[in-house]
Design a protein. Structure first.
Length: 143
């Protein structure tokens, strides 16, 4: 409303309606192109879930980690009964659900233990620094 229309109590003139219809927005595609997005937990970027019957470089890496941490396992790249037993023992020792399946939590615990093993002795720091660092990375909070 304008000052004159308030004084004269006349309504504000309306703007004319557009004569062209609005263009329609394109409909979203039913299937998005590209690869599916993989979400992983901190410390296990790109880590696959591993269980009995799996084989390949991921299993070989797991076996090397377990062996480096003192568990008896043959490094052959095949997730068999021996690897499953070592995983169950590792999970039990770390207070994880001992199901013999290496999921995100077990991957993260392995990464944490390997980091402690590598970083702490070289820099003469205790493992609690590594714990705080990884918790910070996981929670994005100050430590």
């Amino acid at each position: 409303m304008t000052i004159n229309s308030l004084i004269n109590k006349t309504p504000f003139p309306r703007l004319p309606r557009p004569t062209k219809p609005r263009p329609e927005l394109p409909k979203p595609p039913q299937k998005l192109p590209g690869r599916p997005i993989s979400i992983s937990t901190p410390g296990s970027e790109g880590a696959k879930q591993l269980s009995r019957g799996a084989s390949g470089p991921e299993v070989e890496k797991l076996q090397k980690q377990l062996k480096a941490l003192g568990y008896e396992v043959e490094v052959d790249g095949k997730f068999g009964p021996e690897t499953e037993a070592a995983v169950r023992q590792y999970q039990e020792d770390r207070g994880l659900k001992a199901d013999g399946i290496v999921g995100p939590l077990t991957h993260m615990a392995l990464d944490k233990d390997m980091l402690k093993r590598i970083v702490a002795p070289r820099h003469e720091i205790d493992g609690s620094f590594v714990d705080k660092f990884l918790d910070h990375k996981k929670n994005n909070s100050a430590f």
